[in-house]
Design a protein around this ligand. Structure first.
Ligand SMILES: Nc1ncnc2c1ncn2[C@@H]1O[C@H](COP(=O)(O)OS(=O)(=O)O)[C@@H](OP(=O)(O)O)[C@H]1O
Ligand SMILES: [Mg+2]
Length: 376
């Protein structure tokens, strides 16, 4: 693939995700201190916050600005339903303020913001235009404005995930991980016995990880603070998957919540292939980032009964792991299909991402050996 085919898209998208990370850090701080206390529940009872809508509006506005509102197609997680309810005026006001504060900082990131502040109808329009249904033809942006919202409201790990699909293939992937420590040493064991990222770490936190298809490279950029731009310590570093291929030395990651993946099934698989380390339970697509960066070797997700995985929960992370040298398939060993709309249609049982072929083959083999007795 031509190396710079998506160069402009990648350049703009990385900067937009940097902006979104800064926005989320501000909102998360406010949530924890109590000044941003509005968390809503969606129909499926999952939480949604000022940050989810604000990131979606900001990214949507920027992509339209740079790639033309007529032609940009965006598939994203949030809609404006809860935000448009009669008792949501205060919430909408917070979203409008948050979006305008973020857009006003665009020049820090080398981007052009709007000439004047957006009004509520423009913000609602920016959010609701992300309702593309995607598909096998043309370019579609895929956005999860705050992936791992539960982690976000807990002051823990979350991610901003943006990908570009072109004719059904993911061609660029960006993961903003505002709370992910830059140094691996910041991984440690918490009191509950699970292998988890330390939130009390003194190491610098926050990065944006990105790649483009066929480059064979994935990059990690620290978050941009203030006016320092991307000079000096903010230069991006190449990242690579772990070289460990011995299951006895490998670590696997999975969802924190047992409602999102079957912990007892993955524990059985882990035992079956000879994994000895405790699982690294982390909210959000930071799990893909952990594999791409070599902090863990295996990520497994086996959703319960009939749940259909959404493309925005995987697109960016899958490409980043692949370009960093890893392997990602469904549990039948087949590639994930991002060309069939908002769902990963045809997904066989679950998702398995590994740092290398050897571990991947072992996990897929273990799935075949134990599936029939799993009740999944
Ligand atoms: N029932 C069910 N089964 C499987 N997956 C589900 C389910 N419900 C939700 N989701 C999706 O899972 C996303 C969160 O996954 P995580 O791995 O981050 O979960 S966890 O917070 O660590 O438990 C989460 O993403 P966000 O909504 O962006 O947080 C959902 O898209
Ligand atoms: Mg998500």
């Amino acid at each position: 693939m031509e190396k710079n085919k998506y160069g402009k898209e990648l350049d703009v998208a990385v900067k937009v995700v940097q902006m979104a990370c800064s926005l989320c850090k501000t909102v998360q701080k406010g949530l924890i201190s109590g000044s941003f206390n509005q968390v809503k529940s969606k129909n499926d009872d999952s939480p949604v916050t000022v940050a989810d809508w604000s990131v979606q509006a900001t990214v949507s506005w920027m992509l339209c600005e740079y790639f033309g509102s007529e032609s940009v197609s965006i598939i994203a997680e949030e809609d404006v339903q809860a935000l448009s309810e009669p008792d949501s005026e205060g919430l909408l006001g917070m979203v409008v303020t948050t979006v305008n504060e973020a857009l006003a900082k665009a020049p820090i990131y080398g981007l052009n913001g709007p000439g004047k502040a957006l009004m509520a109808p423009q913000v609602l329009e920016a959010i609701s235009r992300c309702n593309s249904s995607g598909g096998p033809v043309g370019k579609h942006w895929v956005l999860d404005p705050v992936d791992g919202t539960l982690g976000f409201v807990r002051g823990d790990q979350y991610a901003i995930a943006l990908a570009l699909i072109d004719d059904g293939k993911v061609v660029i992937g960006i993961l903003g991980c505002p709370n992910y420590p830059l140094e691996k040493e910041s991984l440690n064991y918490h009191d509950n016995g699970l292998h988890k990222f330390s939130s009390s770490s003194t190491s610098e936190v926050g990065c944006v990880i990105y790649t483009s298809k066929g480059s064979g490279e994935a990059w990690m950029q620290p978050l941009i603070h203030g006016n320092e731009g991307l000079q000096g310590p903010n230069c991006a570093k190449l990242i690579k998957v772990s070289a460990i291929d011995d299951p006895a030395l490998a670590t696997f990651c999975e969802s924190v919540e047992g409602a999102n993946t079957n912990h007892s099934f993955t524990a059985g698989l882990a035992n079956g292939v000879g994994l000895r380390n405790k699982p690294l339970r982390v909210h959000s697509m930071v799990k893909y980032a952990a594999i791409a960066r070599g902090d863990a070797e295996i990520y497994m997700k086996f959703a319960r009964g009939g749940y259909k995985e959404k493309i925005w929960d995987h697109a960016a992370g899958v490409l980043i792991v692949q370009e960093a040298g890893g392997v990602v398939t469904d549990a039948g060993g087949r590639p994930l299909n991002f060309s069939r709309g908002m769902y990963l249609e045809g997904l066989d049982r679950g998702i398995v991402a590994c740092s290398g072929v050897k571990l991947h083959e072992k996990i897929i083999g273990a799935v075949y050996a134990s599936w029939d007795s799993s009740n999944l």
